[in-house]
Unconditional design. Structure first.
Length: 528
């Protein structure tokens, strides 16, 4: 098929739906002469979910265009950016990634024999690669390394050297994998430009860089915070897919930040060249769309109901997930999954006799509904000199009322318009006659005087963004934490501030999608 295509047709397949291509002229030149060699890498940390179908469908495009495609399981990169996971666990996660990525590709009809799978440590520990790391470190500045990793490496006030090495190593992968191009999300643009700047200084050629847009997830983008909690795992059951899709943000006529529409555009159309909206006969029956633009136009004009769009995506998504569920139903892969993600297995599992009761008793941070909030107003509590009365936007229709005892530690001016972290599923409690609807989480160090600082979400966070503990991303919080169960109190014992001022639970970072939660100065403090 690919050999019958013109260079122009291949170029269209390779670049469609991308946000940006650096080196278009070089890409066109190579396609005139031979097939393109491209690689896509993924750090083997958290469990892949349905959003991974976006790069997978693009990889399918590359193969249709005759490209030689390498998939890199970046275990060394995962260690550099996520050192809470020891090597033995990363090895298991790398095995899991390989199995699940292969299952995803098989589910969309991609022949695996046309792909090359490589593990990072298979070549990144070689003498030649190691010497190149040292050579690169002699020319890359600390400023450029930090800037390059700003959107993909955890950002802290005092970064570890490992995080500064990360972008340079990703650049070197291009040379040592002997590819023409690297493919990734637009969030990696700064790493790509670092590679273009510094690889020639080592005598290596500048590569082509192809970038997907940052596509909102099925439950991502502009939505309520309860919907933010929903994330569709590749192994979710059909009833869970239905439940989570119902929560997805899909406002009638709104095509902005609509993860459901984005999935249609970036996955379903590239794979199938058409999309069927399933409707009751009284509403006109099923309609087949040959172009995504027609779907978006009809949705914008409210000719497609959100419920029909979600139901149609549900059907298509389950067709993609069924082969993956079947493959991972084997005892061997079930065992691999539970070993690679032991905490997730615990949080979902329980005693065989009464799983519902066991889920309720399992104390994990996945049960905490933590969100980014923005303080929109702050004033003195009318009946307590030590308390503030705050209105905090947490991504809901109305701000929440929060009472906090910060008068002696933080000024009103410092709190006004500040981004904070709130625990939102505690039972509302009256404090001096006013009901507090959430807890503002702070770092503190006891002493004379006692020091207290509100936790800081990463720069760029928005009200309603979910805050989670690494390794517990897939968990769903309780609707309300029952006071008698003391779930938060039991978890709070292990909530600490690291030596790098990062908020952690059992040395696992508190995170948003943009990076770790931190505080300004209180190293070693407690969180309450």
């Amino acid at each position: 098929m690919a050999e019958q295509q013109s260079p122009e047709e291949k170029f269209h397949l390779i670049t469609r739906n991308l946000q940006e291509v650096l080196g278009e002229d070089k890409l066109k030149q190579i396609l005139q002469e031979r097939e393109l060699k491209v690689y896509w890498g993924t750090a083997t940390t958290g469990k892949p979910h349905v959003a991974y179908f976006v790069p997978m469908s693009k990889i399918a495009d590359f193969l249709k265009a005759g490209c030689e495609v390498t998939i890199l399981f970046a275990d060394l990169h995962a260690y550099l950016d996520n050192m809470k996971a020891p090597w033995d666990l990363l090895e298991l996660r790398t095995q899991y990634y390989e199995q699940v990525i292969k299952a995803m590709l098989e589910s969309i009809g991609v022949p695996l024999e046309n792909l090359k799978f490589v593990k990072g440590t298979d070549f990144q520990l070689s003498r030649e690669y190691t010497l190149d790391v040292y050579r690169l470190s002699s020319v890359v500045t600390e400023h450029d390394a930090k800037k390059a990793g700003a959107e993909v490496v955890k950002q802290v006030e005092h970064p570890l050297l490992s995080g500064l090495l990360y972008p340079g190593l990703q650049a070197l992968d291009e040379e040592h994998l002997k590819v023409d191009a690297q493919f990734g999300g637009v969030d990696q643009r700064k790493i790509f430009t670092l590679a273009e700047k510094y690889l020639p200084s080592l005598g290596y050629s500048k590569r082509i860089h192809m970038m997907n847009p940052m596509v909102p997830g099925l439950t991502g983008g502009k939505m309520s915070s309860s919907e933010e909690e929903s994330k569709i795992d590749l192994l979710d059951k059909k009833e869970d897919v239905k439940k989570k899709l119902k929560k997805a943000f899909c406002e009638p006529g709104n095509v902005q930040n609509n993860g459901v529409l984005s999935f249609v555009k970036h996955v379903l159309f590239p794979l199938h060249s058409e999309f069927v909206i399933k409707r009751d006969e009284k509403w006109g029956g099923d309609r087949v769309y040959a172009k995504y633009e027609e779907v978006e136009k009809d949705f914008a004009e409210e000719l497609i109901h959100p419920g029909d769009l979600k139901a149609s995506v549900e059907v298509a998504l389950n067709k993609l997930l069924d082969p993956i569920r079947k493959k991972f139903g084997s005892p061997e892969l079930q065992k691999l999954t539970s070993r690679a993600y032991p905490e997730l297995a615990k949080s979902k599992g329980g005693a065989k006799g009464n799983p519902k009761n066991s889920d309720e008793e399992e104390i994990t941070p996945a049960r905490l509904d933590m969100r980014v909030g923005k303080i929109v107003s702050v004033e003195q509590h009318p009946d307590a000199t030590s308390l503030y009365l705050e209105k905090v936007d947490v991504g809901e229709a109305e701000p929440r009322t929060v009472v906090s005892g910060l008068v002696d530690y933080v000024s009103q001016e410092d709190l006004q318009d500040r981004l904070v972290v709130l625990l939102c599923n505690l039972k509302p409690q009256k404090m001096r006659g006013i009901e507090s609807q959430a807890m503002l989480l702070c770092a503190s160090i006891e002493g004379d005087p006692r020091k207290v600082e509100p936790l800081d979400p990463p720069i760029g966070s928005a009200p309603g963004d979910r805050v989670f503990v690494e390794g517990f991303e897939a968990g769903m919080p309780d609707d309300e934490l029952k006071p008698k169960k003391k779930v938060f109190e039991k978890l709070q014992v292990d909530l600490k501030i690291s030596s790098a001022c990062v908020a952690q639970w059992k040395e696992r970072d508190l995170m948003t999608k943009l990076g770790p939660v931190s505080c300004k100065t209180l190293k070693g403090g407690n969180i309450s």
